[in-house]
Design a protein around this ligand. Structure first.
Ligand code: FE2
Length: 203
């Protein structure tokens, strides 16, 4: 009996083909990686239906390999869905509810942006701006891979991919130039839509 539902990749917004400073070739290659995470998530969950649970072992076992790499695939899906969804905008300073959250929790847009940029320069794969529901505020976090350092009960509102595949074609090793381009293409309407749908309080 199958107990999981296969999922399909989300469509790529056409506006992502016309970003400022991030090429269509990069986006197309990047989207194929995302499709790969979805395919592997489905494949791994299928294999887990038939895995030998009695053979579980922390050094090596099929169940260990599948469970560990499931977190990589699922992280890859979630991270990239935030990333692709909130690109395609006009950039500039955060507006609306998210702008207010940034001002409240970082003091100014400049400090938030400097902190997120530094997080992205310090990470090996990701930097996220996420609302922590237990602390009731926004933090910038670092991720080294799709499945490293997520924080429980926090909701990512900005996801900055700094794996080389996100920028090497356009900027070679100049990650800082790519980060500038990332900020130029953020869509604050999308981020504020998440603020509403998750009911992030700013009062
Ligand atoms: Fe990526």
């Amino acid at each position: 009996m199958t107990t999981f539902v296969e999922i399909r990749p989300r469509e790529l917004k056409r506006s992502l083909y016309e970003l400022d400073g991030i090429s269509r070739t990069t986006i197309e290659a990047h989207y194929r990686l995302y499709q790969g995470y979805v395919a592997k998530r489905n494949e791994i969950l299928g294999k887990l239906e038939e895995v030998d649970l009695d053979g579980a072992n922390q050094v090596f076992s099929d169940v260990r390999a599948l469970k560990v790499d499931l977190t990589f695939a699922v992280g890859g899906i979630k991270n990239h869905e935030v990333y692709f969804d909130h690109l395609g905008g006009e950039g500039g300073s955060p507006e609306g509810a998210f702008g207010a959250l940034v001002e409240r929790d970082f003091g100014s847009v400049e400090r938030w942006r400097a902190d997120l940029t530094a997080s992205a320069m310090a990470g090996r794969g990701w930097a996220w701006s996420a609302y922590d529901w237990d602390e009731g505020r926004l933090f910038n976090y670092v991720g080294d891979a799709q499945n490293t350092f997520p924080v429980w009960n926090a909701t990512p509102l900005v996801a900055l991919d700094v794996y080389e595949h996100a920028y090497f074609l356009d900027y070679q090793t100049d990650r800082a130039a790519y980060i500038e381009a990332f900020f130029r293409n953020l869509d604050w309407t999308v981020v504020n839509g998440w603020m509403r749908s998750y009911r992030v309080p700013i009062g």
